[in-house]
Design a protein around this ligand. Structure first.
Ligand code: ADP
Length: 583
């Protein structure tokens, strides 16, 4: 059974109180008895002195009887005993009916030493008696003994009365002191209970303080200290929570994928970038085994080595299939106290790998593009130098070929320069309000000139009113001209080229539609890439560089517009680009 603090405090107090009272009673009884015995003895001794002062004639029974009666007036029983133990006179009974008293110890003692005293329980009187016996010597005669006895009943009655008073007093003390003890214990137990509740409340994370008296005792001082501790804990928890939130926000906003793995290879934390890197679904990945989330042997073994205390770096690892992405990974051991953990950081290098590839391809493409005209120029120049042909007609033809290739080289380098200045962000656009006709008319005129000998129908569809657009006139003409040139190049004779211009939601759409060869669907997203050509040989034949659409796309986007294509092989293509209107 659990005894609570209240009873633990009160029971010993009460026991102590009862023991104290019992001790007081015991000693009081002892002292009282002794005092009463002493008083009785003094009384008997006084009586004895009185008897010695006026001794009777022991041989005369009447005188003896009178003397005995006189002495018995004090309240004591007086008996005179002869040396042989026979009773000579007694104040209560007839001496002849009384037996021999020689065997009484006090009588024997009196005859032997002169005086004998005792306290004895008298069976005849059925009570305790205080007895004093004394020898009376008679010259020339046998001595006699005077036997004085007094019942202790009176003493006991007095003692009982005193003890009753004592007990009444003691009980009053017991009730008052017990009451105070119980009250104090209750108060104390309640305060301790409150402290216990407070610490339980703090343990649940509730740091509200406990009301405390300013100048209290040690318990109040303890409560005050606990309040202080709770306040500090609260501050600490708040600071840690804040710190944790900040760390989580930083980790969540990081571009790098970060995951923390515990000693059991389970994920403790991972950020959004990590989940998307390993292509994990929307459900939280914290708490799951690493192998379940990251299905990549190299990464899992890197984390295992990090958990063994080794820092591991992987230069390139591919994750996912469509689209495949590339990451540089670092697994670092973390030692916090007794627990081991590892942090896995994934840095996305897909874009830099792609740019590297683009750069490599670009160099290869440029070299290839330069090589064809240069080889031709070199070949024809060498032929001319060796004077293989003295024929002026042939020489002229050769020189014309050399010039055409030189022109092509010039165009190529011009376009490359434009492209690089656009990509370097160095292209300065002169943005002014323009009427769409300003862009359209010169391009149409030039296209009509270029198609003079061909059987191509060129039509324009536009509303009477068009809003002004904002842009660089020359650059927008360059874009439209490029689309028109392509349409002319990839549309066989008998075909039709239609230019449509119309407004739409804050922009003007320019559309160049042809009935030409069309572009296969798979190539359509790529024709805006540098050097990309559906049919490289044919493009080169017609003098194309594969850079036109790439430049057009850059220019349109620099104006805040978009460019796209819709096409069907054998039926024709429709190129669109938009330019924002003036606001
Ligand atoms: P090019 O100088 O070769 O014309 P572009 O960048 O202008 O380079 O065009 C890229 C490729 O897109 C061309 O090589 C051609 O294959 C395809 N293309 C562009 N316009 C058309 C069109 N109107 N019809 C069919 N194919 C086209």
């Amino acid at each position: 059974m659990r005894i609570n603090l209240f009873w633990k405090l009160s029971l010993p107090y009460l026991a102590l109180l009862v023991a104290l009272l019992a001790t007081v009673d015991f000693y009081a009884r002892q002292t009282l008895r002794q005092q009463l015995l002493h008083a009785g003895t003094t009384q008997l001794e006084t009586l004895l002195r009185l008897a010695r002062a006026q001794p009777p004639d022991f041989d005369r029974p009447e005188a003896l009887s009178r003397w005995v009666t006189w002495l018995a007036a004090s309240g004591a029983r007086v008996t005179v005993i002869a040396a042989d133990g026979t009773v000579l006179a007694d104040s209560r009974e007839d001496s002849r009916s009384m037996g021999n008293l020689a065997d009484r110890p006090e009588v024997q003692q009196a005859f032997a030493s002169g005086e004998g005293r005792t306290v004895r329980f008298s069976t005849t009187a059925n009570r305790e008696m205080l007895i004093l016996a004394a020898r009376f010597d008679r010259p020339g005669q046998a001595p006699v003994a005077l036997h004085l006895s007094m019942p202790l009943g009176q003493i006991q009655q007095e003692m009982a009365a005193i003890r009753r008073q004592l007990w009444t007093g003691l009980l009053a003390v017991l009730v008052v002191a017990g009451g105070i003890t119980l009250w104090l214990s209750r108060q104390f137990a309640r305060r301790v209970e409150r402290l216990k509740e407070f610490s339980a409340q703090v343990a649940t994370g509730d740091f509200r303080s406990l009301p405390v008296r300013r100048r209290g005792d040690e318990l109040d001082a303890l409560a005050h200290d606990w309040n202080e501790t709770a306040r500090r804990l609260d501050q600490l928890v708040q600071a840690l929570t804040e710190e944790r939130r900040r760390t989580e926000a930083i980790l969540a906003s990081m571009g790098e994928g970060v995951a923390v793995v515990d000693a059991d290879s389970r994920i403790v934390f991972c950020n959004h970038a990590f989940c998307s890197a390993v292509q994990w679904g929307p459900e939280p990945c914290a708490g799951r085994p690493l192998v379940e989330v990251v299905r990549q042997v190299e990464l899992v073994s890197a984390v295992e080595r990090a958990l063994a205390g080794q820092q591991v770096r992987i230069e390139e690892v591919s994750l996912g299939s469509v689209p495949q992405r590339f990451f540089a990974a670092t697994a670092t051991p973390v030692r916090g106290g007794a627990s081991h953990a590892a942090v896995l950081v994934l840095h996305d290098i897909t874009e830099s790998r792609r740019l590297e590839r683009v750069r490599r391809d670009f160099v290869a493409n440029v070299s290839h593009e330069l090589k064809t005209p240069l080889t031709a120029i070199q070949g024809f120049a060498e032929t001319l130098l060796s004077s293989a042909s003295e024929n002026p007609e042939t020489r002229r033809r050769f020189l014309e070929i050399i010039r055409d290739h030189a022109v092509r080289l010039g165009r190529l380098t011009d376009e490359l320069l434009t492209l690089s200045s656009i990509e370097a962000g160095k292209l300065a656009l002169e943005m002014v309000p323009l009427a769409p006709e300003q862009i359209l008319e010169p391009c149409l005129e030039l296209t009509r000139l270029r198609t003079a000998g061909r059987q191509l129908a060129i039509a324009v569809e536009r509303p009477d009113e068009l809003p002004n657009v904002r842009g660089d006139l020359q650059r927008l003409q360059q874009v439209l001209q490029n689309l028109l040139d392509n349409a002319v190049q990839y549309t066989p004779d008998g075909g039709r080229i239609t230019v449509r211009v119309y407004p739409r939601e804050g922009e003007v759409v320019f559309e160049v539609a042809d009935t030409g060869i069309g572009i296969p669907e798979a190539d359509q997203p790529r024709i805006f890439e540098r050097f990309y050509r559906v049919d490289a040989a044919r493009s080169r034949e017609v003098g194309g560089t594969g850079l036109g659409l790439s430049i057009a796309k850059h220019l349109v986007e620099a104006h805040g517009g978009r460019i796209w294509v819709e096409s069907e092989v054998g039926r024709g293509s429709r190129f669109f680009f938009t330019v924002p209107v003036v606001r």
